[in-house]
Design a protein around this ligand. Structure first.
Ligand code: ADP
Ligand code: MG
Length: 625
């Protein structure tokens, strides 16, 4: 031990009393600006977002972003927008200086992405900032601001548009600089933001480059689908379903992928409200509602939605970064997004064809027909090969491939056909389904797979998964025609025994499970007697369903996920199993229920339900060339 002061010897320092104590000071404007800047820019990605949104507001058709070390050493944003006059340019870096609104009332109908007049002032206060701009007539203007110092203005040459160079971001705010992640993480965040902005503004060309390497190159696209093809690749874009929906105050358009096409993170979902890319919790929830019970956890289908709403009904001034928005009718917004996507991805019978079908059919055995309208001609779709292709960068290649993918349908003009195909992308191989009106159940293979013949092909359907899909559909679709299954008393009550440790906790969940049709009561110290279940479960694996529903109730947080989990469990145990021998009418009923369910192409856990073998393939195997 050194000569440390003994703990009991405390030194009191006598501070002389200030005759005029001042503890509240008005901050130096520069310090105030640097503090406030933190609200608008907290990392390179937020700088890029603000600068690119300014370029979009200026009507740019091309926006280029160049980075040094993922934006941590420098960021350059160049556009071909309107540019600024020599009078406006120095003003643009002043705090609360904007050309976009004049009065608070303007906020109610703001159509530009910016309006707070804070971004340039904020960025300029925390970096070595240089703006060069020109309106295209006369000389350009250069405005240099170092860490919030007064601007130095000079004349310079610049084509029409604006270039902003942000050097050494946060060099004068060490605490903030310390929070920056590595170049790779910052670059990834910038790439994500530019991708979202690219999807929200398809007609604008975007490029992101660093050290001569392109990280993103999106040529101007003719429409949203073409932009999606550039971002996700042609194969994925082709399986996105068009969304077209209007309800009350909301008009929604765009594309949504079938649940069989997913990505590993939510960053593939873009929502723009009145052309502003936003992150709004309720809209995200609306997307989740639509895909409810169709996805394995942690998977997200690509979605690109444009929501139009009267600007008076949405508040965009909720947060300095303007990414959050608030609707006057939050719940209606969520419901509208949910319904819009659901309508797009659900199976829908197409309008009856005006072309009469040939009356002569090569089948003698009776077919059962769809209860409603005829099913779409999925068989043609299924013939198509879908290879995954990496994102395509070159525009002409994208157009060519989209055109190639949409070979004209016989009878239609090439233009009409290609438009129809681009507008209504085909289903992926996994999403392909037999057509209900044309099929015939041939039999069962290994008591597990139902063999279905359709003109020109053989379908092999996993009986358990197809049945599970059909049942879950009934369980979750309370408003559907079929109605929720009713509960049914069991002829012979089933007694389920649990380990003693679990039995006590199980009693607490009996009331909740009753909501799902389980009529159960304690029966001895560690047993339960089940006297009634939902009708789909009667005669099936009642005990298994009860145990798993209990585990789902115990192991999941209350809310929608829990409900989905319990319903999926019930559907799984209600469904026929691999190994269950089925009669011809049972198989036909199963196939019909499955194909008329809302999302027949996807199993609740994201597994494949069926696959098909074309007659050509059979012929090839048998050497009939
Ligand atoms: P806001 O976008 O909220 O108006 P900013 O600080 O981002 O505030 O920009 C201030 C002003 O500078 C804008 O209102 C606009 O007039 C002008 N400006 C900024 N960036 C550009 C640009 N790239 N092209 C043309 N004008 C711009
Ligand atoms: Mg702005």
């Amino acid at each position: 031990m050194g000569k440390a002061a003994s703990p009991c010897r405390i030194r009191y320092e006598v501070i002389p009393k200030d005759p005029n104590p001042v503890s509240i000071r008005v901050l130096d404007p520069r310090v105030a600006q640097q503090v406030a800047a933190g609200e608008v820019v907290d990392r390179p990605a937020s700088v890029v977002k603000e600068l690119v949104e300014n370029s979009l507001d200026a009507g740019a058709t091309r926006v280029e972003v160049e980075l040094g070390d993922g934006g941590t050493s420098h960021i350059l944003v160049r556009d071909d927008g309107s540019g600024m006059s020599s009078e406006d340019a120095p003003r643009s870096v002043l705090r609360h200086a904007t050309s976009k609104i004049q009065a608070v009332s303007d906020l109610e109908a703001v159509t530009t992405l910016g309006f707070r007049g804070e971004a340039l002032a904020s960025v300029a206060s925390v970096s070595a900032f240089c703006l060069t701009t020109s309106t295209g007539d006369g000389a350009g203007t250069k405005v240099v601001v170092d860490g919030g110092d007064p601007a130095k203005v000079s004349l310079t040459a610049h084509p029409k548009g604006t270039t902003i160079f942000v050097d050494r971001l946060f060099y004068n705010v060490p605490a903030r600089r310390a929070f920056l992640k590595g170049a790779r993480a910052e670059r990834a965040a910038i790439l994500e933001i530019l991708t979202h902005l690219g999807i929200a503004h398809p007609s604008v060309a975007f490029r992101l480059a660093e050290k001569g390497r392109d990280y993103l190159s999106l040529p101007a696209a003719q429409n949203l689908l073409e932009r999606l093809a550039q971002v996700y690749g042609v194969a994925k874009a082709r399986v996105m379903r068009p969304v077209e929906y209007e309800s009350g105050a909301f008009k929604i358009s765009g594309y949504a992928a079938l649940p069989s096409v997913t990505e590993g993170s939510r960053s593939c979902q873009t929502v723009a409200v009145n052309s502003r890319w936003v992150r709004a919790e309720n809209l995200t929830r609306g997307i989740d509602d639509a895909y409810r019970a169709t996805l394995p956890s942690g998977r997200y289908p690509p979605v690109a939605l444009r929501l139009e709403v009267d600007p008076h009904r949405v508040d965009v001034n909720v947060h300095p970064t303007k990414q959050l928005v608030r609707f006057s009718e939050e719940r209606a917004a969520r419901a509208a997004v949910g319904s819009a996507i659901r309508e797009a991805i659900e199976w829908r019978p197409p309008p009856p064809s005006t072309v009469p079908r040939p009356t002569e059919r090569p089948y003698t055995q009776e077919r059962f027909s769809a209860p409603h309208a005829p099913a779409p001609d999925y068989a043609r779709v299924a013939e198509h090969r879908h290879d995954y292709s990496p994102p395509v960068r070159d525009l002409s290649e994208v157009r060519e491939r989209l055109a190639e993918a949409s070979a004209p349908l016989s009878g239609a003009t090439p233009e009409a056909a290609s438009k129809e195909q681009i507008d209504a992308p085909e289903l992926p191989e996994r999403g392909a389904l037999p057509s209900l009106e044309e099929l015939r159940v041939i039999g069962q293979l290994a008591a597990g797979y139902i063999l279905v013949e359709e003109p020109g092909s053989l379908w092999i359907v996993d009986q358990h998964v197809a049945h599970e899909r059909a049942i879950l559909d009934r369980l979750t679709d309370a408003e559907g025609d079929s109605g929720l299954p009713t509960t049914q008393a069991l002829l012979v009550p089933e007694v389920v025994e649990l380990p003693l440790s679990e039995a006590a906790a199980a009693t607490e969940h009996l009331e909740e499970l009753a909501v799902y049709g389980f009529e159960a009561e304690p029966f001895g110290p560690n047993s339960f007697r089940i006297t009634g279940v939902i009708s789909t479960l009667a005669g099936r694996d009642v005990a298994g369903a009860f145990k798993e529903a209990l585990a789902a109730a115990k192991g999941t947080e209350p809310g929608r996920r829990r409900e989905d989990h319990i319903l999926a469990t019930i559907a799984c145990h209600s469904a026929v199993k691999l190994g269950d021998k089925l009669s011809q009418p049972e198989m036909e009923a199963l196939i019909r229920d499955w194909l008329t369910s809302h999302l027949p192409a996807t199993c609740p856990h994201g597994r494949s339900i069926c696959y098909h073998i074309g007659i050509n393939e059979v012929a090839r195997k048998l050497d009939r060339h």
